[in-house]
Design a protein around this ligand. Structure first.
Ligand code: UD1
Ligand code: CA
Length: 458
């Protein structure tokens, strides 16, 4: 049984931001959301977030995440003091406490599982995550005997020059047997250079405490400033791209591509340069995406081509070609084998299979049947200034160039709309509709008009 405590009360001054540090976004999710997501597979019995600085903002931003409990540390007197705040909440609890930081977002679930496993296997009072760093400056140093049993952790600033030579550092991630820790916590002293209550001091009074080395030191990167935020993003991108290339996805010029770690891509997809895949996007096999495209929270079927386009919250079915310069948004759904082309925007619009909207159109709140041809420059007037209205277009219907379809409107199947029409009334199946002024040709117009006294011609 494990309860997780996430420390997130610190100030994060070096971010130079009005936004609390743990709420800064890293590849589509905040730092602290990433930490919470990493512990989900451990099925913790409770998840306690220790908040202090800008506590209200942090809580408000996280209100939609289920099963979190917030504990306030109103003054920040150190990591030991932060954990002391749990004492009244965990009275009588007999399981383990996993301590994480809200600003260390790259830890893998596997690493945490490994820590918990060692902890259980050796029945440790505490198990701590350690790393050997080339540059250990700033970190607490961990002093162990030959069996990885920890004797002491000394903060960098409290180390003697000789102690500083030790490059085994405390990652700040621990698993404690709570009952043992709870006994020690009230006795922590703040007699150190920072006058803080150090959680690391508890270690000296617990037995046995074991150190577990990290396999990948990048996982414990803490985010204190924007440079580290960018470094973390690079690390994430590298992880994600390597994963998909290994799984059979071609990335052309990977350095110019960004892919959120929430995206799913099938083998034999080709991602061209300057393409960005975000959120819960799924791309099926055989599709070619980019160059120059952005896809967010969208489903792309098999063998789709998508060129210089933006697709947000939408679906594109198999074999369809999108772009260049198409914008799909607001739950647009493009059927199979369609062609949506140059300078076309579809919003909350559903196209039947084999439908073409090839040039310069806006369709909003529209549904079409299959094999519809939307002529160049066709526009749905779906908004009357107050409400949005729907347009329905039957199968095999063709709109002429520059048609305006004034919603609410229903065009039947096999309807022909004459070019330049402004259609305001429903049209039944199989009709031709012409809704424009009849052409008038006035003979000899020039001769008559030039009789006027002053010509403006020059
Ligand atoms: C801590 C460890 C150090 C370790 C390092 C790893 C201690 C005394 N030292 O040092 O051994 O190498 O982490 O990064 O624990 N926090 C609170 N409330 C507080 C103080 C801190 O919530 O009163 C939170 C901070 O927001 C931060 C985390 O705890 O997320 C770490 O605090 P910080 O002061 O940065 O500890 P370090 O000096 O880095
Ligand atoms: Ca720190």
């Amino acid at each position: 049984m494990v309860i997780v405590a996430i420390l997130a009360a610190g100030r994060g001054t070096r971010m130079k931001s009005n936004l609390p540090k743990v709420l800064h976004s890293l590849g589509g999710r905040s730092l602290i959301e990433r930490v919470i997501d990493s512990i989900k597979p451990l099925s913790p019995t409770q998840q306690m977030v220790i908040v202090g600085y800008q506590a209200q903002e942090v809580k408000a931003a996280m209100h939609s995440i289920p099963d979190l409990e917030f504990v306030e540390q109103t003054v920040q007197l150190g990591t030991g003091h932060a954990i002391q705040q749990l004492l009244p909440h965990l009275e009588g609890y007999t399981g383990d406490l996993l301590v994480l930081y809200g600003d260390v977002p790259l830890l893998r679930t596997e690493t945490l599982k490994n820590l918990l496993q060692t902890h259980a296997q050796h029945q440790n009072a505490a198990t701590i995550l350690t790393a050997h760093l080339d540059n250990p400056k700033g970190y607490g140093r961990v002093f162990c005997n030959s069996d990885n049993i920890v004797q002491q952790i000394i903060e960098d600033r409290d180390c003697t020059p000789t102690q500083k030579q030790n490059n085994r550092i405390n990652a700040g991630i621990y698993c404690f047997r709570w009952q043992d820790l709870a006994k020690v916590l009230p006795h922590l002293q703040a007699n150190n250079s920072q006058k803080e209550y150090y959680l690391t001091d508890a270690v000296s009074s617990l037995e046995p405490v074991m150190a577990v080395d990290l396999e990948d030191n990048q996982e414990i990167l803490g985010i204190n400033d924007r440079l580290q935020l960018a470094t973390a993003y690079e690390i994430l991108q590298k992880r994600v791209k390597e994963k998909w290339m290994t799984a059979g996805v071609t990335l052309i010029d990977p350095a110019s591509i960004t892919i959120d770690d929430t995206v799913e891509i099938a083998p034999d997809v080709i991602i061209e340069p300057q393409t960005h895949l975000r959120g819960n996007t799924v791309i099926q096999t055989g599709s070619r995406i980019g160059p120059g495209s952005l896809i967010e929270n969208s489903q792309i079927g098999e063998s789709v081509t998508l060129l210089y386009s933006v697709v947000i919250n939408s679906i594109v079915q198999a074999g369809t070609s999108v772009g260049p310069y198409t914008h799909l948004r607001g739950q647009a759904e493009v059927g199979a084998l369609c062609r949506v082309g140059n300078f076309v925007e579809l919003k909350n619009t559903k196209l039947g299979d084999r439908t073409n909207v090839a040039h310069l159109s806006y369709l909003g709140d529209t549904t079409t049947g299959h094999k519809v041809n939307i002529g160049a420059g066709t526009i749905t007037a779906n908004y009357d200034g107050v409400k949005k209205h729907p347009t329905s277009i039957g199968a095999h219907t063709k709109t002429g160039a520059n048609s305006v379809l004034v919603a609410p409107l229903t065009l039947g199947n096999n309807v022909y709309v004459a070019a330049g029409s402004t259609v305001t009334e429903d049209v039944p199946d199989d009709c031709l509709v012409i809704a424009r002024a009849r052409q008038v040709v006035k003979p000899d117009w020039r001769n008559k008009s030039t009789e006027s006294p002053k010509s403006t011609e020059s």
